[in-house]
Design a protein around this ligand. Structure first.
Ligand SMILES: Nc1ncnc2c1ncn2[C@@H]1O[C@H](COP(=O)(O)OP(=O)(O)O)[C@@H](O)[C@H]1O
Ligand SMILES: [Mg+2]
Length: 508
């Protein structure tokens, strides 16, 4: 029995009369409900708008009533005529829950249902609950299938295939099965069936890559998450030794051995700092360092066009990430999405604040191994609650690169473009780029290449020095902002680079 089934079972046992189950997986939810009903010796009644109750509920003897009620009202009044030991499933009843007559009826019935052993479950893909019923109806969200459930499903699929499609390979090793299960995590049962069917048609086998690529599509369709295939590695990141060391130490943190050793799963890290210093780059490189899948959460898209959908979007994102765990959840430029939390009550009737609260609570309480990597350029925009202890394991401050770091960054970008760094005067280039960010150094290399290409000769150190002379780095234009950020970070964040730390001490 899954965690979710246990929870649902408990609510039914404790006589919660009205339960709202939000799920896109109607079939799976119904299966679970029927399973619970069977254990609790309850009879199941299923209501749909088109067919009414199945099995039908006998009409009262005094049917001389004046005129027939609307189906949705009848659905509710019938509830009282049911035997005590009943589990009632109302499918897609959400459009009627806003109806004043339905609300009144449910509020009248509530105390009587509460004393009985009848349980009513509203089963809907969307959550629509009028405030008048918030106290009476308990809302549960069905999680995506667990590893065990997926393994069971794949096992069933293989059995069917073995009988019906002997040409398909079904004798998979435990390791191969495990890989299939991992690939299918994050999908609904229906999606898993479809994806497997497709793989069988196309490849005459259950192919991990086929399932993964389908999953990427499906996750993207969910709107707010995107699979990020990171090609960046830590070798692409110059400097930032302390950050790299911290991450390297936690590389094996999600393994079973780490758990057994008593290590907690890391929650997340916030990379804060000057623009162009490698925050996004480092975030991407973590996926490769740790060998985990990476999901990118677009906070902007969480606040989609549909009013009221934002919270659902955030919860969907969390649910998918937890189903795919262990994984990395990357939130780039966090402050952009959550700017306006403070003024949210006025500007958007609290939506931003509620979505933010959902996220914070999850960060605080999550137990699934989802490692959050967030980046931010501007602390003044960040809600202070986010920076409190317990949310992120660590807040790193990425300052402008030091002399030695700039040398490394030049070497990285020259090598990336097929040049041998030893052919260039890296020391001189590094000295000439005081105050440049990593992104600006990359630009210098690229611009130098353009010059050389145009002149039909090889790139020289002089080409790049010339480029440097024409560049005014952002740090000059934003001196005060950067100084303020440094001041702030000195108290609250950990330096990402030991050289930058030493420099800061010297200049104090
Ligand atoms: N420390 C660094 N080492 C190597 N390249 C860097 C570094 N910092 C920035 N860059 C280059 O600049 C680009 C933009 O940096 P990015 O990580 O997006 O900056 P931000 O800190 O604003 O997120 C990177 O893709 C990379 O090519
Ligand atoms: Mg960035």
């Amino acid at each position: 029995m899954s965690e979710f089934e246990r929870e649902l079972n408990l609510l039914i046992k404790a006589r919660y009369p009205l339960i709202y189950l939000q799920t896109a997986e109607e079939t799976r939810a119904e299966e679970i409900l029927r399973h619970i009903a069977q254990q609790r010796h309850k009879r199941v009644y299923v209501w749909t708008y088109t067919r009414g109750y199945e099995p039908p509920i006998p009409a009262p003897t005094e049917t001389a009533s004046t005129r027939p009620l609307a189906p949705e009202l009848e659905a509710i009044t019938h509830l009282l005529r049911l035997q005590d030991e009943a589990l009632v499933i109302l499918k897609d009843f959400h459009p009627f829950l806003g109806d004043q007559r339905v609300i009144r009826l449910l509020r009248d019935l509530y105390p009587r249902l509460h004393r009985s052993w009848r349980t009513v479950v509203f089963l809907s893909p969307v959550l629509k609950l009028p405030p008048e019923l918030e106290k009476q109806i308990t809302v549960l969200e069905m999680p995506l299938p667990t590893r065990e459930e997926i393994a069971q499903k794949i096992h069933e699929i293989l059995l069917v295939l073995k009988a019906s499609h002997p040409e398909v390979r079904t004798d998979l090793s435990p390791a191969e099965l495990d890989e299939l299960v991992s690939a299918a995590q994050g999908l609904t049962m229906d999606e898993i069936e479809n994806v497997c069917a497709r793989s069988v048609v196309e490849h005459k086998a259950l192919v991990v890559d086929a399932i993964l690529s389908e999953k990427k599509q499906i996750v993207r369709k969910s709107g707010v998450l995107e699979y990020y295939d990171a090609s960046e590695t830590m070798d692409d990141v110059g400097g930032l030794d302390l950050l790299k060391e911290w991450l390297r130490k936690r590389r094996a943190a999600f393994t079973q051995e780490a758990r057994a050793f008593g290590l907690p799963a890391p929650k997340g890290v916030l990379l804060l700092g000057v623009q162009g210093t490698g925050k996004s780059l480092s975030a991407k490189a973590i996926a490769n360092l740790w060998g985990l899948p990476m999901l990118r959460l677009d906070v902007g898209r969480v606040f989609g066009s549909l009013v009221g959908a934002s919270e659902a979007n955030m919860r969907t994102a969390i649910r998918v990430a937890e189903a795919i765990a262990p994984c990395i959840l990357w939130i780039d430029e966090l402050e952009k999405g959550f700017a306006g939390v403070q003024s949210s009550a006025m500007s958007d009737s609290g939506t931003t604040a509620r979505v933010f609260a959902t996220f914070l609570t999850w960060m605080q309480e999550k137990r699934a191994p989802v490692f959050v990597v967030a980046t931010a350029n501007d602390v003044s925009q960040l809600p202070p609650e986010l920076l409190r202890k317990g949310r992120f394991d660590e807040i790193f401050f990425l300052d402008l690169p030091t002399l030695a770091e700039r040398e490394q960054i030049f070497a990285i970008h020259l090598r990336k473009r097929g040049r041998d760094p030893q052919q260039y005067d890296l020391k001189r280039l590094a000295r000439a780029t005081e105050g440049f960010s990593g992104a600006e150094i990359e630009q210098v290399v690229v611009a130098g290449l353009f010059t050389a290409f145009d002149a039909k000769r090889e790139l020289t150190t002089e080409d790049m020095l010339e480029e440097i002379r024409h560049t005014v780095p952002l740090s000059v234009m934003m001196r005060e902002e950067i100084e303020a950020l440094r001041q702030w970070a000195q108290m609250r964040a950990r330096p990402a680079s030991s050289a930058a730390l030493a420099r800061a001490k010297r200049t104090k």
